[in-house]
Design a protein around this ligand. Structure first.
Ligand code: UDP
Length: 340
């Protein structure tokens, strides 16, 4: 099959590109490189640099490539940021996706995999969170993703497009073969920040919130290895041959922020210098996945499920890539690569 991957230069997208190629599919990546990296895209995978709002460019690309399906990752993705600039998140994520989905219907593209999020559940009473749990987003980020799920519902009802909405819990780790890793700028995620602090590349780590209703007062998250997450996309693609699906993708185990620090200390053999800070706006206390539907319907099982094993892959990548995806010396700045 031939797939378009939007946001394929980003953390999850780049790992999905690897999984698609390992499974024998061909891929074109579409990314504006605002947060993704050119070096995260394998050299023999075509990379189209552009904004999702550029309908003409996408239209030409779809006309030329005749994709069998689209996997859509390109989005603003930080819960905390979305509480600061809510309308930017709602507008950009929703409108760009709406236009992309509409364009897919024009080009009779019938398969669509969407990177959704556990953040659309808000702070549910019941953990683990099952697929049928009430949607009640706790942030504009979560809301923007839910709005897109609704667009996909109508794309199926009216145009027969099959979609998979994959509600990710906390993606972490890096490709076990070392071909890709996590490099956000600025980095805001707990595991890479804790690793860099352990390595002495950051002076200290702040832990946001000590008074949540959890066992140690810090937030609890379900960390899912990014390669397992990528494999869930392959499984979802099989399912949408015949129908649309919505899956939670997580390990069904929660770890507190202090658990993560301890795991990083064990894996790195070093101390993480951390201190308490106030709560980060928009953070739910606990997010643990109920992933039974995905397991039951597709046979998916996470292969790198233990927190320390997840941290280990992330640590190895940071060791071999101290500067992350360093820009090649001869490359111009990403913004200058935009097609005229
Ligand atoms: N976190 C923290 N300090 C940091 C970054 C994150 O305490 O410097 C906490 C954050 O408040 C949340 C957990 O770590 O409770 C996971 O946050 P992350 O940003 O990694 O993922 P999210 O759950 O927001 O998708």
């Amino acid at each position: 099959m031939h797939y378009l991957v939007t946001g394929g230069a980003g953390f999850v997208g780049s790992h999905v590109v690897l999984a698609l190629r390992d499974a024998g599919h061909s891929v074109v990546v579409f990314d504006n490189l605002s947060t993704g990296h050119r070096a995260a895209v394998p050299p023999d995978v075509p990379l189209v640099i552009g904004n999702l709002s550029d309908q003409a460019l996408l239209n030409t690309l779809m006309e030329r490539e005749r994709f069998d399906g689209v996997l859509h990752f390109a989005a603003l993705s930080l819960v905390g940021d979305s509480m600061r600039v809510p309308f930017t998140y709602l507008r950009q994520n929703y409108l760009n996706s709406l236009q992309l989905i509409e364009l897919c219907t024009h080009h009779a593209i019938r398969r669509f995999v969407f990177s959704s999020t556990a953040a659309l559940f808000g702070t549910p009473e019941q953990q683990p969170i099952m697929e049928h749990a009430t949607v009640n987003p706790g942030s504009p980020y979560g809301e923007s993703k839910f709005l897109i799920e609704r667009v996909l519902h109508w794309a199926e009802t009216i145009y027969g497009m099959h979609s998979a909405c994959l509600r990710y819990f906390n993606a972490a780790g890096s490709d076990p073969m070392g071909r890709a890793g996590e490099d956000h700028r600025p980095e805001t995620h707990l595991i890479p920040l804790a690793i860099d602090t352990a390595l002495g590349r950051r002076p200290a780590l702040s832990i946001f919130g000590a008074d949540y209703a959890t066992t140690d007062g810090t937030c609890v998250r379900d960390y899912i290895h990014v390669t397992d997450l990528a494999h869930a996309h392959l499984m979802a693609l099989e399912q949408i041959e015949t129908r649309s699906v919505t899956y939670n993708v997580g390990n069904t185990t929660g770890f507190s922020n202090l658990d993560v620090i301890r795991a990083v200390e064990r894996v790195t053999g070093r101390t993480v210098n951390w201190s308490w800070a106030g709560r980060r706006q928009g953070d739910p206390a606990t997010l643990i996945a109920g992933s039974e539907r995905l397991r039951r319907e597709t046979g998916w099982i996470p292969r790198i499920a233990a927190l320390e094993d997840i941290v280990e892959t992330a640590f190895r990548w940071r060791l071999t890539h101290p500067d992350g995806y360093a820009l090649p010396a001869a490359s111009p700045m990403p913004g200058m690569d935009m097609p005229a």
